[in-house]
Design a protein around this ligand. Structure first.
Ligand code: HEM
Length: 528
């Protein structure tokens, strides 16, 4: 016994060596448990991820490279990869139905909570399936397909602003334009019209007067990073209320709140909704399951989601389409030819109606191919396995584990789109028979899938289908060559698949959304 007592006297309980030893043993035991005994222990993946000692997803959220890094993991480890201590990413198209089906026992994970705005939860961020179903039913009138015709006028007026701005640039001898910025402004204006009946007027002046765009990008980047560690979310929310706001941060929320307030006032005075063609009008008529009217906060949250979900996504799709189409002379001339022929035969006229845009079959195939190879949301969409567990892609996942599928990864897998899945080939959508087409549509996750599928899909498709043929018809476009004197900020561009090259026209960061920046194009009128 003597040596033991001696040890206790020499090394008291709080001695750093003991504390360090205890902590190291606890960490080691934690890592061993995660690697050997955790319910996902049999799923392959990088050892540090499996140990739970490294957050691969937080690293991706910081490095903004989720798309290609996740693709690499699947190429190395197969169809199911452990990407977090408690999460497996799956790229087997057969799992889409199992994960995203209606009445699924799987629900969204806490990741989504970080995407909520100041007005609280909305459709996108509501986790509970039943609650989500109630909100979706209540808000469905705002997204009804029959309203598309009303919304079309709003898109037309923003198209006029966009063309006006680009024409002015060309007339002033400045046909070199950063399309990443102007298309974002266009998308924000359109969504302002759709949500609140009035554009923000950014496109008409061709600039972002509040310097808001970088702020929006940062907000999403931080929200996504926080989502990878949901336990810090309440602290970040608390901190964001304490820290001083950047001067421009309140500008758009201020305008939005002002417009909502004045509409409610108008409603109060007139006693009826007064025929506005926007989603605000529909949200004002929404009812909760108990029959009560939507509160001001609910109207704000629903409107905030339309503004947040409907601008980045469409701008990303438009830029990507230009990149893919203009980047391939064969495809570019086919698109232009189709539009020119349709104009000269009188099959379509401008302003282009959505129904006429749908007649442009090659253009529509290019749009589908764009959404496939550059889905606006590449992040692995996470779902929590519910009571009783679930068998997905041939593997049994126990309750409480998380599974996810990345649209970017699934769309590039041969089992989903064939051996040329990585190639931009619009013809695949035209050559396919009815059965193949159904499979390709089913495997497309650009808008999500199942009961949580994008509610604004029809609106987004309408907007892009109206605006892009107009741009292709009016302008000859080319990518501004990168040189020491060109306006580019990056010495080399980066494609959506992570490839860095001086001939790549824009720079992609891949996180919750895959945003392009620094997209300089030379524009000239085709009729000059
Ligand atoms: C090309 C354009 C668009 C793309 C690629 C896109 C993509 C997506 C994706 C991937 C999701 C599902 C996310 C998930 O499961 O976690 C989503 C949800 C959503 N999107 Fe879109 N979106 C687009 C345009 C729009 C527009 C224009 C609006 C509004 C007018 C909109 C409103 C919504 C809403 C409300 C949800 C949540 C639906 C729910 O959870 O019930 N989106 N979108």
């Amino acid at each position: 016994m003597a040596p033991f007592w001696t040890l206790c006297q020499v090394v008291p309980a709080f001695h750093p060596a003991i504390i360090f030893g205890a902590a190291a043993s606890a960490i080691l035991m934690y890592a061993f448990y995660n690697i050997l005994f955790h319910p996902l222990a049999r799923i392959p993946g990088p050892i540090w991820v499996r140990s739970g000692l490294w957050s691969w997803k937080s690293t991706r959220a910081v490095k903004l490279d989720i798309g290609w890094k996740l693709l690499e993991l699947h190429e190395k480890y197969g169809k199911i990869v452990r990407i977090a201590r408690n999460e497996a990413s799956i790229c087997d198209p057969g799992a889409i139905e199992q994960i995203f089906k209606f009445k699924s026992p799987l629900q969204k994970t806490r990741f989504y909570e970080s995407l909520r705005g100041v007005d609280g939860h909305n459709l996108l961020t509501t986790i509970d399936n039943q609650k989500h179903g109630e909100i979706r039913r209540a808000e469905s009138p705002a997204y009804a397909t029959k309203l598309l015709a009303d919304f079309e006028q709003n898109v037309d007026s923003c198209c006029n602003d966009l063309i006006g701005y680009l024409d002015r640039c060309i007339d002033a001898g400045k046909g070199t334009v950063d399309l990443s910025e102007i298309l974002q402004l266009f998308a924000i204006d359109v969504i302002g019209e759709l949500a609140l009946g009035k554009s923000f007027g950014f496109c008409a002046i061709g600039k972002d007067p509040y310097n808001l765009l970088p702020l929006l990008v940062k907000f999403l980047e931080i929200a996504c990073l926080v989502g990878t560690q949901p336990f810090v979310s309440p602290f970040v929310m608390w901190l964001s209320k304490k820290l001083p706001e950047p001067p421009s941060a309140g500008a758009i929320p201020g305008i939005v709140r002002g417009r909502i307030d004045s509409r409610l006032q108008e409603y109060k005075e007139q006693g009826t909704n007064s025929g506005h063609h926007d989603t605000l009008e529909r949200f004002m008529s929404c009812r909760n399951p108990d029959g009560s009217e939507y509160s001001l906060q609910q109207i704000r949250a629903a409107t905030g989601l339309v503004l947040g979900a409907g601008s980045d996504t469409t701008a990303i799709t438009m830029r990507a389409m230009i990149r893919f189409v203009v980047g391939d002379p064969r495809i570019y001339s086919k698109v232009q030819e189709e539009i020119d022929d349709a104009v000269s035969s009188g099959a379509i006229t401008f302003p282009l109606s959505y129904s006429d845009a749908c007649k442009l079959s090659y253009f529509q195939a290019c749009l589908k191919e764009t959404l496939r190879l550059h889905p606006a949301v590449p992040w692995a969409l996470p779902r929590l396995v519910g009571a009783g567990g679930a068998t997905i892609a041939g593997h049994f996942f126990t309750e409480g584990t998380e599974v996810s599928m990345s649209p970017f990864v699934v769309h590039r897998r041969p089992e989903a789109y064939g051996n040329d899945a990585a190639v931009f080939r619009p013809e695949r959508w035209i050559e396919a028979d009815a059965e193949e087409l159904r499979t390709m549509e089913h495997n497309n996750l650009a808008f999500g899938s199942g009961p949580r599928v994008c509610f604004g899909k029809a609106i987004g498709m309408m907007e892009v289908s109206k605006a892009m043929p107009l741009l292709f018809w009016k302008y000859r476009m080319g990518f501004t060559p990168r040189s020491a004197t060109s306006p580019h900020k990056h010495a080399a561009g980066r494609a959506v698949d992570g490839c860095v090259s001086t001939s790549e026209p824009y720079f992609v960061t891949s996180q919750w959304v895959a945003v392009q920046s620094d997209f300089w194009c030379d524009l000239a009128r085709r009729t000059d």
